[in-house]
Write a protein that binds this ligand. Structure first.
Ligand SMILES: *[C@@H]1O[C@H](CO)[C@@H](O)[C@H](O)[C@H]1NC(C)=O
Ligand SMILES: *[C@@H]1O[C@H](CO)[C@@H](O)[C@H](O)[C@H]1NC(C)=O
Ligand SMILES: *[C@@H]1O[C@H](CO)[C@@H](O)[C@H](O)[C@H]1NC(C)=O
Ligand SMILES: *[C@@H]1O[C@H](CO)[C@@H](O)[C@H](O)[C@H]1NC(C)=O
Ligand SMILES: *[C@@H]1O[C@H](CO)[C@@H](O)[C@H](O)[C@H]1NC(C)=O
Ligand SMILES: *[C@@H]1O[C@H](CO)[C@@H](O)[C@H](O)[C@H]1NC(C)=O
Ligand SMILES: *[C@@H]1O[C@H](CO)[C@@H](O)[C@H](O)[C@H]1NC(C)=O
Ligand SMILES: *[C@@H]1O[C@H](CO)[C@@H](O)[C@H](O)[C@H]1NC(C)=O
Length: 575
């Protein structure tokens, strides 16, 4: 509690009506002058009580104003060509899509999904008193290669999405420039122009953003150079970092040196200044560091991950980071630092608006204390099943759902341990992972009537997920899963206990494959390495022989179908 807030609360009178007699316990003295005007002598006990209640509520509102609020949206993947031959949604024809003006499950949506989302958010008054709206990247649809002029069509998408933000949120700041891997004419492609003063693509995007009042002239200076930028608001600031260049899929391949666009140097400088001025900062970006939890592959090049961890885990620089926000994974998730510095804030990844990877569209409001500490967030979501209207409602509030006293990196560690048990916390977490759309994590909940072998298998799957939540290299992730396997399957006679140590097959999947194919193979391998089913042995055999195309042909459809249906691969093969 800040001193000012503590002072305000201590001034609240404590009062009682005891057998019709009005009694104040404390500390009415100092508050009396604030009492609404009324004749104390003539007032009934109830009237006095009522008037004090008004005072309390007024004080409460003042306390509430020390809290700040913002909106956080991510990964819209707008398809401006939704009803054309070059639409992203090849699985539906145009006459079907006409009935779904806001999008369909399994496809990227038209831009109207954002207008409708923001229209609902403002009608629920979620923008009232908000300091800003944060967007963490991927304005544009997938498969931009199909478009006539990807350079023009993707920048037009960024412009269009920015204009929608401006139209619906004219009176609040928009922190909207972070680029995702689809916000380039070729996915994951950015020219690394560290030695030049500007980058042509970033200038093009910056113009679109500035024309739509989503970026200031001041931010443009940083943005045009490296697409990262700081937004200062009073005593706190948001450091929007560029992450596409750190991706394992970044193209062109490494010609970039150890600090592309000198972003790490910039981050060090900004954090050191904030520490000196005793200010808090937030970090926002698109691709999170660490492991994704679809195929458990690494997201950043290991050398960049190490450098980032050196910065955010530093005692001085890391302690001023009140929170970190990332998009890209389309799911609702937490992340844990392996060695957090004292006072480190929480790290969140948020649900996408796009339902392309089988989650309902969702966004958040973030509440934080004026010193920058995140107090809580609320997740709003809408069922995508009925395409003709969107009914957004509050899904959950993080702290009350999980009964956490505080949102901090420190509180996430025991929370992750609770998830491992597979009971209430896991069940809620799995539900909101996809904003209630069915997913495989649901089926890994503990069930006392399962036979012991199934209980062990589920425990290991939960471990696999929780190992993925720690921001670490792929090797450390694999070590984490391996030691979980050894502790769950204690003897070599015990099912999986007899299996040889996991071979690092995922590392061998060529990065030159299309990213989606890469992810599907990884998902199959991560499933197979912990399974005793006959399909698992076949999958591992094909992978050992590097028969990637055959593997995809034979088992790719199982991944697609089980994903769409929201069931685990075990349940899929079981039928
Ligand atoms: C579009 O798809 C629907 C559902 O598969 C089908 O009933 C309809 O005939 C198709 N329309 C056209 C014009 O191909
Ligand atoms: C893409 O951009 C080009 C050039 O501005 C334009 O002619 C075309 O209509 C746009 N749309 C598609 C679907 O390619
Ligand atoms: C924005 O502010 C203007 C001027 O105060 C006001 O007229 C308008 O209604 C506001 N718009 C919204 C969407 O809050
Ligand atoms: C990258 O640089 C090449 C060569 O200058 C240029 O043709 C291309 O448009 C650039 N791409 C982007 C996304 O900036
Ligand atoms: C900003 O920091 C200064 C110095 O610590 C403090 O006096 C002031 O109240 C702070 N303002 C806000 C809005 O937090
Ligand atoms: C890229 O290459 C440079 C040397 O040119 C090297 O210093 C750097 O570590 C490499 N980065 C990655 C991510 O491999
Ligand atoms: C969507 O729901 C509305 C109201 O519940 C209903 O009238 C409409 O037919 C539904 N549309 C579809 C495509 O399911
Ligand atoms: C637990 O397992 C039993 C027996 O397979 C099943 O009937 C029951 O529905 C399961 N409970 C839950 C919550 O999944």
């Amino acid at each position: 509690m800040s001193p000012s807030m503590a002072a305000l609360v201590s001034r609240l009178p404590v009062w009682l009506c005891v057998s019709g007699t009005f009694t104040t316990l404390a500390p009415l003295q100092s508050a009396a002058s604030d009492l609404p005007e009324f004749d104390v002598a003539d007032a009934t006990c109830e009237a006095k009580a009522e008037s004090l209640m008004m005072l309390q509520s007024r004080a409460h509102n003042t306390v509430a104003t020390m809290r700040r609020k913002s909106l956080w949206l991510t990964d819209l993947h707008a398809d401006l060509y939704y009803l054309s031959d070059v639409r992203q949604c090849v699985k539906k024809n145009v006459s079907t899509l006409r009935h779904f003006p806001f999008g369909v499950m399994g496809c990227d949506p038209p831009a109207t999904l954002l207008s409708e989302t923001l229209r609902r958010a403002t009608s629920m008054q979620l923008d009232r008193g908000a300091d800003f709206a944060l967007y963490t990247g991927d304005f544009s649809r997938h498969n931009m290669g199909k478009l006539e002029n990807p350079y023009k069509n993707v920048s037009a998408t960024i412009g269009k999405v920015s204009l929608i933000f401006d139209k619906h949120l004219p009176n609040i700041s928009k922190v909207v420039g972070t680029l995702g891997n689809d916000d380039t004419p070729i996915g994951y492609f950015q020219n690394i122009t560290t030695d030049r003063t500007t980058n042509r693509w970033f200038v093009t995007c910056g113009e679109e953003l500035q024309n739509a009042h989503c970026m200031t002239k001041e931010s443009r200076k940083e943005y045009d150079y490296g697409s990262y930028f700081e937004v200062r608001m009073g005593n706190y600031s948001i450091l929007n970092i560029a992450t596409v260049m750190y991706s394992v899929f970044h193209k062109p391949p490494n010609t970039s040196g150890s600090d592309p666009f000198h972003q790490f140097a910039w981050l060090r400088r900004k954090l050191t200044e904030a520490a000196r001025d005793k200010r808090k900062v937030w970090i926002a970006g698109h691709i999170p560091p660490g492991i994704e939890t679809f195929g458990y592959t690494e997201l950043w090049e290991p050398s960049y991950l190490r450098e980032y961890l050196n910065i955010v885990q530093d005692e001085v620089m890391g302690s001023v980071i009140a929170a970190q926000f990332f998009g890209h994974v389309h799911k609702d998730e937490i992340r844990i630092l392996p060695n957090p510095p004292p006072g480190a804030g929480p790290i969140f990844l948020s649900l996408s608006l796009s339902p392309v990877y089988y989650n309902n569209p969702a966004f958040k409001t973030v509440t934080w204390h004026e010193n920058g500490e995140v107090v809580d967030f609320d997740t709003f979501y809408a069922q995508m099943s009925n395409g003709s209207s969107m009914h957004y409602e509050l899904g959950y509030s993080f702290r009350s759902l999980y009964a956490l006293k505080k949102l901090s990196m420190e509180s996430f560690v025991p929370f992750a341990q609770e998830l491992l048990q597979g009971t209430e916390q896991w069940i809620s977490y799995a539900k909101w992972y996809t904003a209630t759309y069915p997913n495989d994590l649901n089926s890994f909940a503990t069930n006392a009537s399962d036979p012991p072998s199934v209980q062990k298998q589920k425990a290991l799957r939960r471990q696999q997920y929780v190992c993925g939540v720690t921001i670490q290299s792929m090797e450390s992730f694999e070590d984490c899963v391996e030691s979980a396997r050894l502790s769950i399957y204690k003897s070599v006679q015990d099912d999986l206990g007899a299996k040889a140590p996991l071979a690092p097959l995922v590392k061998a999947v060529p990065k030159t494959l299309d990213v989606k194919k890469h992810m599907i193979i990884a998902r199959l391998l991560r499933w197979a390495e912990l399974s005793e089913r006959p399909e698992a042995f076949d999958i591992l055999r094909l992978a050992e022989q590097h028969h990637w195309m055959e593997l995809l042909q034979r088992y790719g459809p199982a991944v697609e179908r089980s994903w769409e249906e929201g069931i685990s691969l075990d349940d899929f093969f079981q039928r």
